[in-house]
Design a protein around this ligand. Sequence first.
Ligand code: SF4
Ligand code: SF4
Length: 442
Amino acid sequence: MREGSLEAPTRHPLDWKNELFWDKENLEAELERVYDICHGCRRCVSLCDAFPTLFDLVDESETMEVDGVAKADYMKVVDQCYLCDLCYLTKCPYVPPHEWNVDFPHLMLRAKAQKFKAEGTSFRNKTLSNTDAVTRLMKIPVVNQTGNALLGNKTFRSVFEKGFGVHHKATVPKYHRKNMAKVCKDLLAGDVNRMPAGSTTGRVALYATCYGNYNTPDLGADFLKVFQHNDIEIKLVPKERCCGMPKFELGDLDSVERNMQFNIPVLAKLVDEGFDLVAPIPSCVLMYKQELPLMFPDNEDVIKVQNAFFDPFEYLAIRHKAGLLKTDFKQELGDISYQVACHQRVQRIGNKTRDILSLVPDTQVLPIERCSGHDGSYAVKNETYDKAVKIARPVVRKVTDQAANHFTSDCPMASAHVAKLAGDAVTSNEHPMTLLCRAYGL
Ligand code: SF4
Ligand code: SF4
């Protein structure tokens, strides 16, 4: 048998509409099979806490093999997986088309989905993953003021930790009352001399995302300015709900389907009108580029949206290749510590953010290809906050050593988590699009 596959990795659709997907014994047999392969391989030991948990269970068992691990303990491994996908796309030689057919993240997802169906989840997890409801609530003026004040209050955070399970040191973002559309309304007008290039139409609809809409609405203005400066027509997606990633990470696949049923018709219509799609958060882009198509492979509109969705810097890089990206920069950026978000890495588009920022004169981008540890709500939950800090440690060390002028990551949640841990070592923490906007002098 060949050691590892020599062919390009492929991914099988998630067979979640099949009854067998929900069969407990079948799942346990598959977990045992894959855990055994991982035990013999151990390449992923440094990626997250799922693999060390598995290897500890094996090494501490009587047989020191997977057959010595109690099936009741299998979920201990699953609970440490936050579906970053790095093991699948950066390490595993046994992914399809290899005959061992290892898809560790989607096996973890299947186990999460069975657990969610059987047991439901906590009030905390439901709330954290219901980003639409949280933002609706935080839009209400009195709730917004009080909520933001309380989340910044040390005493309240200790009480909140005990009652709700959000770690008192976890980075919790501020909520804005005005969403991205309101913040950007004066920038939305204006014709541009747009031109298609490569796979891009030069006409873009920005999917704001929950985080972009209510936690970083100003970021929308930077997107609009940079894209319009480069003669790309851009507008906001007129109505949207959460992409479903927080529900996906919980294994709540029915909620993912409900959000898909709301979002996809809106996005598919935009694609029919000639719009490409971008979003400021890599996890949301990945949802449309990868996870929804794997969940709904026969839905033509899902595939249509998949084909039109781009990482924003991937989009700019395609335009640059066609000679359509302006390089009339007004301001150097100096050294930039750049944490490459996992959900962007696994899109297999190369390091386009680095490439574009490196076009700015007197600017050096120093990429850090390690997990930030934020990982959805992993860095927020009481029981995993310490692990998230540990996972972030190599990034924090690098950022501190680099002592750059700026720290950035395409994922604002990851960058906030790392910046807080790095303390005074980070003096500027802004999204790469904000940095690019500044470099253009816009
Ligand atoms: S998907 Fe990410 S978190 Fe899950 S097991 Fe793989 S590397 Fe670990
Ligand atoms: S996921 Fe693949 S690379 Fe990672 S430990 Fe398991 S078999 Fe090895």
